[in-house]
Design a protein around this ligand. Structure first.
Ligand SMILES: [Zn+2]
Length: 255
């Protein structure tokens, strides 16, 4: 398993222009005929990659890629968006950031390009900037991806138990749901962990992820199937998530 580097690239050009340097192809991980994007290496390095080898698989060479891309593989781009006239690309690369590739894109277009990416120490992010024919590196306090909403936030603010940003952790506190042995559910608005999880009355406590999820549980009888094989001492969250899934299936069936 490689060590993945998260890259967030901002290009000072509209997406319609940046698209000339991207390559769209069928997504091998999609079962519904979805598309995915890579950098168009034929467009960026026509001296090495022939037409038909836009992804750079045929002329691939480890040393060449490290020198001219800065990374072992042409990355699969997970996230493409235009914000206020600038193009944003989000993707992971194996081991290192593809800053040499971005330098090439800057040399060809003159666009200002900023790549904020992970570095070895999680306490810092590296910021690589190409502007006016020059490139520079800078270090900023680290950010990480929230496991719930996938926003980036300061690593210091990230909740260690859930790997979530402060907003998502707050969401948990607001909609704490208590399950009683008779199947009733009560919404508490207390702090996570403030209820007596192993008490006589309360069968399980978990935190819902949204107001809708909490309401669903509080207004539905908890399906018996949610309790089958459930270890409530060790896995109170598991019960909540299964109960929610079953409750939301019922709702869809009823239309
Ligand atoms: Zn979040």
């Amino acid at each position: 398993m490689p060590n993945w580097v998260y890259n967030e690239v901002e290009i000072a050009a509209p997406l319609t222009e940046v698209q000339a340097y991207l390559f769209e192809t069928d997504d091998p991980e999609s079962t519904t005929g979805g598309k995915t994007h890579y950098f168009n290496l034929r467009q960026l390095f026509p001296e090495r990659f022939e037409a038909g080898d836009e992804r750079g698989l045929q002329a691939w060479d480890y040393d060449w890629m490290l020198e001219y891309l800065g990374s072992k593989w042409n990355p699969r781009i997970d996230c493409i968006a235009e914000v206020e006239g600038d193009t944003h690309l989000g993707f992971d690369t194996a081991w290192s950031a593809p800053n040499a590739l971005l330098e090439r894109l800057h040399a060809l277009t003159g666009w200002k390009i900023v790549n904020r990416h992970d570095e070895e120490s999680p306490d810092y992010d590296a910021v690589f900037t190409c502007e006016d024919g020059r490139s520079s590196d800078e270090r900023l306090p680290g950010t990480s991806t929230c496991s719930n909403c996938e926003d980036r936030c300061s690593s210091d603010d990230m909740d260690e138990d859930y790997g979530e940003c402060p907003i998502c952790v707050k969401g948990r506190d607001n909609y704490l749901v208590t399950i009683e042995p008779d199947g009733a559910a009560i919404i508490n608005t207390g702090e996570s962990g403030s209820a007596d999880l192993h008490g006589d009355v309360v069968l399980g406590v978990f935190s819902a992820r949204s107001e809708r999820q909490a309401m669903l549980l509080s207004s539905n009888e908890i399906p018996a199937a949610a309790k089958e094989g459930w270890d409530w001492y060790n896995d109170p969250e598991g019960f909540g998530l299964r109960a929610y899934k079953l409750a939301s299936t019922d709702e869809e069936e009823e239309g």
